[in-house]
Design a protein around this ligand. Structure first.
Ligand code: C5P
Length: 240
């Protein structure tokens, strides 16, 4: 398969056409952004790390029955995905308080929830990804009746699988964001990426951050941190 012309450049990935219909060629970039793209840094090595972490996590989810757009890894920083119609919602699952939840409800950092929280944000750079509820998403035509239940069910299944996988690597999954896409036959499948860019992870013992918060808060080196996540996932692969 050949890499075709650029479809679009996002904050951390470039998408290209391929010479076969139904596939998209994804290139993970050496770029990190914060504040919805207002802060942007070139970070050598980030693309390779996120591609490898994402590949490992998507394969694990697929082995456990989750349908995704992942097809195969093409190179250190590239992968092949199925073409889907992305549903313009960021689906966030939280197991403990952090980030915007902590700010909104003024609760202690990492306060654990008995039941996971599911939130939706409307993907719009112009509007700064506002929070949206399911009836608003229906009104805007972003989803159809019945689809929010499916999104929630899938997001919670993914949460259970990721939580268990990260725990084997000595990490607690605080929260994460996923995106879903629709295949031509209407099936909703997991799309986009799962990496330390889109998850909050803390060490089970020390509570140190192992995710993009080190870049957002300028508390550590992003590449060293993501490399440690990859090493821990690799080291715990056997038992996984
Ligand atoms: O900022 P907030 O607390 O709402 O983020 C929740 C989770 O969603 C975090 O893991 C964060 O990394 C992820 N997220 C993301 N992309 C965004 C916003 C949040 O991956 N645009």
């Amino acid at each position: 398969m050949e890499k075709g012309t650029l479809i679009k450049e996002g904050k951390a990935k470039r998408l290209y056409h391929t010479d076969e219909d139904g596939y998209v060629w994804v290139e993970y970039m050496d770029q990190a952004t914060a504040l919805n793209g207002k802060r942007k840094d070139h970070i050598v090595g980030k693309g390779v790390l996120n591609n490898q972490i994402d590949t490992m996590l998507f394969k694990m989810l697929m082995d456990n029955g989750i349908h995704t757009d992942f097809v195969k890894q093409l190179s250190d920083n590239e992968q092949l995905n199925l073409t889907v119609d992305i549903i313009p919602l960021e689906v966030v699952v939280r197991n403990a308080a952090s980030g915007s939840f902590q700010r909104k409800f003024a609760v202690p950092y990492l306060q654990k929830f008995d039941h996971p929280v599911v939130e939706y944000f409307y993907k719009s750079d112009e509007l700064d990804d506002p929070a949206i509820n399911t009836s608003q998403a229906l009104a805007l035509g972003v989803i159809k009746p019945g689809e929010s239940e499916r999104l929630q069910e899938l997001a919670l299944q993914i949460n259970d699988l990721l939580k268990a996988r990260f725990a084997k690597a000595g990490l607690e999954l605080v929260d994460f964001k996923v995106e879903f896409g629709k295949k031509a036959d209407g099936e909703i499948i997991l799309a986009d990426e799962i990496s330390p860019d889109s998850c909050r992870l803390v060490d089970l013992e020390t509570r140190d951050s192992f995710d993009k918060d080190v870049f957002r808060k300028k508390t550590g080196d992003l590449v060293t941190t993501y490399q440690e996540v990859l090493n821990r996932l690799n080291d715990s692969q056997e038992e996984a």
